[in-house]
Design a protein around this ligand. Structure first.
Ligand SMILES: Nc1nc2c(ncn2[C@@H]2O[C@H](COP(=O)(O)OP(=O)(O)OP(=O)(O)O)[C@@H](O)[C@H]2O)c(=O)[nH]1
Ligand SMILES: [Mg+2]
Length: 307
């Protein structure tokens, strides 16, 4: 869904919802409009509707009004100004995902709530790393969900890489321990660990993840080298809450935000950047292997305002 300003009469502005399937949220379609208080309020509503949260929306509107109020601005001028402000908030979080090849195997732990897109994103990242000439393998440490191993194996086959797994219901920490040692034996450059998203409750999930980290460290004290939190953008403000909760329990090194295709809640990244300052590596824009893009603050800000 994309929300945008719709010109009603010459001077009247209304907010419209458009189910267009693109990443892009705020489109203001009006020209030579005096940027008065009502317009600023409408703009703020739109920002809040994109799920960036009150705090970030207020800050942007405050900056914006100082510079623009009472000026006659075109639609494109307003969008450009907005994009600049949004980019400024996002830029400190723009951090490309890089493998340190002195760490071998470089261990990537993928975490996140159920359905966030962990397994899919592992498949996509594995493809990228493999195309860089790295030897990659996967560990299927989601031993809870029946189809989890099969799902990861499909990604393994697609990428023609090894998937280390046990039987469904086996101990995920024990399996990870064996998987890490196998990766060392096989001289893998990178090993990506897929974990469960759902356990009985949050405490169980965090305990499980901590156990996995502990067994990795038994063999490789500096690992995991990256701990990536996958977030589903369509959950909006809840994604911000997830970052806070996971950060309390784990050393998150970076974020991946999925399902931005067709989501109108992309604004939540601004709230996450503003409040948690966590590095953002990738955004997911579809289910396909190629639908993972490096996060760019500039491009993201521009898309969000509808460029
Ligand atoms: N449209 C869209 N769908 C996505 C994206 N990323 C993942 N998905 C879909 O989201 C669904 C859940 O993805 P999974 O990778 O299974 O999520 P998970 O976090 O591993 O889930 P659990 O293993 O149940 O915890 C699947 O149908 C994916 O195809 C994305 O960027 N865009
Ligand atoms: Mg999964």
């Amino acid at each position: 869904m994309i929300s945008f300003f719709k010109k009603k009469k010459d001077d009247e502005i209304s907010v419209d919802i458009n189910p267009e399937k693109k990443m892009g949220v705020i489109k203001s379609i009006f020209t030579q409009k005096k940027l008065d208080e009502q317009t600023l309020e409408d703009l703020e509503d739109l920002l809040i509707m994109s799920d960036m949260g009150l705090k970030a929306a207020n800050k942007i509107i405050m900056n914006f009004s100082k510079r623009r109020v009472d000026k006659k601005s075109t639609d494109d001028e307003i969008r450009k100004e907005l994009a600049i402000d949004i980019e400024k908030i996002l830029t400190p979080c723009e951090k490309p995902f890089k493998i340190d090849q002195t760490q071998k195997p470089y261990v990537v732990l993928m975490i996140g709530v159920n359905g966030a897109g962990k397994t899919t994103t592992i498949g996509k990242i594995a493809a990228k790393l493999k195309s860089q000439g790295l030897k990659v393998s996967l560990i299927a440490a989601d031993t809870f969900r029946a189809a989890a191993v099969e799902q990861l194996e499909v990604w393994g086959q697609r990428n023609d890489i090894r998937v280390f797994h046990g039987d469904n219901g086996c101990n995920s920490a024990g399996l990870t321990y064996d998987g890490i040692n196998e990766a060392i034996k096989q001289k893998d450059d990178v090993v990506l660990i897929d974990t469960a998203g759902r356990l009985q409750n949050k405490t169980h999930l965090m305990e499980e993840l901590k156990k996995i980290v502990k067994v990795i460290k038994k063999t490789l004290p500096d690992a995991p080298n990256s701990t990536l939190l996958t977030l589903d953008a369509t959950t909006g403000q809840n994604a911000l809450e997830q970052v806070k909760v996971f950060k309390e329990a784990m050393d998150i090194t970076g974020l991946i935000v999925t399902k931005l295709d067709g989501s109108s809640k992309g604004g939540v990244l601004i709230a996450i950047a503003e409040e948690t300052k966590t590095p953002i590596h990738f955004i997911g824009l579809g289910e396909g292997i190629e639908h993972l893009t490096n996060f760019s603050a500039k491009i993201y800000a521009e898309k969000l305002v509808g460029f």
